[in-house]
Design a binder for this molecule. Structure first.
Ligand SMILES: Cc1ncc(COP(=O)(O)O)c(C=O)c1O
Length: 398
């Protein structure tokens, strides 16, 4: 018996592959600051649980495959705040943003087709593409300019007769970049010129700093029929385990195709959908306070990272990640060193090697991602330890 080619070649999570070393470090009695994973530490607002309790049904039943109408109406009202006009029947509630990405790729591309992706990218895009037999073709961005969208030429070079779409996250995981209007227009120009779909992953929409705003791909009139917007409550409301996201499209053919996929998996979780209605009823003050907290954390990480001689990065404008080139050859080896051979008073820091966020072979080997999901004091200590670790590692490999 043989497994499928897809099963054998699907990439393992780049974040999870380092966990055995963290387990070893824990056995050695070390305290680890985990900056490697995007699980927010912020408590889920109580209103989530209140709504689950309030609507407690006698049977936890299947719901409509597109999700409860009340929830789609709540999403529709929420998008209006960003001047994005989306009707409830242009929304499919999904099992997290993850399923929306899977549906989006499956709707626009066949096995063997290609999707352009701004690189480095949210690593699970590679997993979904592998499940679907789709090839991700990277368009590279660099730490020197804060991982900005490159010139149109760089996209055109990568386009073939099999290219069907461009996918990116904005604000970006893993880089923290927020694409401004002119950068988005580069992507839009390419999509219009080459007749491509745009998959715009906007799950970090509110987390933008220094007065900067994330612009939804659904705010550009000429491309409304070719955009699929991916959304999620996971990060916005620190409700990752609720598994509620959204697939949004104003194109009727795209929508009905995705609905067939949604019907095949029956429905998103019923009780979480009630909780999500509660979360979407929260006022702007809630999200504002969370955003301020992330901005304060971003500032701490940025200031501490600046103390690492030779680190290359710009101050990120959004999400809760910062990626940087470190003055080491191989960040994976460095992470192992931090876990197994280094500590400061019994404490060490774990970051993510960034190579797993690239499709280009050997790219990102000297880059890392930090998720700032700890409070400011812990973050300061964690990045201080990271900086000491870099110095010690450089001495060791010299
Ligand atoms: C850019 C991006 N898109 C989508 C997701 C999927 O999140 P979820 O499935 O929890 O909504 C994540 C999670 O980290 C993400 O960072």
């Amino acid at each position: 018996m043989n497994l499928s080619g897809r099963a054998l070649t699907a990439p393992a999570s780049p974040i999870r592959r380092m966990i055995p070393f963290a387990e070893q470090a824990m056995k050695m009695g070390k305290k680890i600051y985990y900056l490697n994973i995007g699980q927010p530490d912020i408590p889920t607002p109580r209103v989530y649980f209140e709504y689950v309790e309030r609507y407690k049904p006698s049977v936890v039943a299947y719901t409509h495959s597109a999700g409860l109408l009340e929830l789609r109406e709540a999403f529709s009202r929420y998008y209006e705040k960003f001047s994005v006009k989306v009707l409830p029947d242009e929304i499919i509630v999904t099992n997290g943003g993850s399923e929306a990405v899977l549906f989006a790729m499956a709707v626009v591309a066949d096995p063997g087709d290609e999707i352009l992706v701004l690189e480095p990218f949210y690593a699970n895009y590679a997993g979904f593409a592998a499940q679907l037999g789709i090839k991700l073709v990277p368009v590279r961005t660099y730490p020197e300019d804060g991982y900005s969208v490159p010139d149109k030429k760089k996209f055109l070079e990568k386009i073939s007769s099999k290219t069907k779409a461009i996918i990116f996250s904005n604000p970006c995981n893993p880089t923290g970049a927020v694409y401004n209007e002119s950068q988005l227009r580069t992507i839009i120009d390419v999509a219009l010129e080459k007749d491509l779909f745009i998959i715009s992953d906007e799950v970090y929409r509110e987390f933008t700093f220094d007065g900067c705003k994330a612009i939804s791909a659904l705010s550009f009139e000429p491309i409304l029929d070719r955009v699929i917007m991916v959304d999620s409550i996971s990060k916005r409301y620190s409700a990752c385990g609720a598994r509620i996201g959204a697939f949004v499209s104003k194109n009727k053919s795209i929508y009905s195709a995705a609905l067939k996929f949604a019907q095949a998996r029956l429905c998103p979780p019923m009780t979480s959908q009630y909780g999500a209605i509660g979360l979407l009823s929260l006022d702007d003050e809630y999200v504002e306070s969370i955003k301020n907290e992330y901005q304060a954390r971003r500032d701490v990480v940025y200031e501490e990272l600046k103390k690492i001689d030779g680190a290359v990065f710009q101050k990120p404008k959004g999400a809760f990640y910062i990626s940087a080139r470190l003055p080491v050859d191989n960040v994976e080896e460095f992470v192992k060193f931090m876990l197994l051979e280094f500590d400061v008073g019994g404490k060490t820091t774990m970051v993510s090697p960034l190579d797993g966020f690239y499709a280009t072979p050997s790219a990102g080997l000297d880059e890392m991602r930090i998720a700032y999901v700890l409070n400011c004091d812990d973050l300061r200590d964690a990045v201080r330890i990271l900086a000491l670790g870099v110095e010690e590692y450089k001495r060791k490999v010299r």
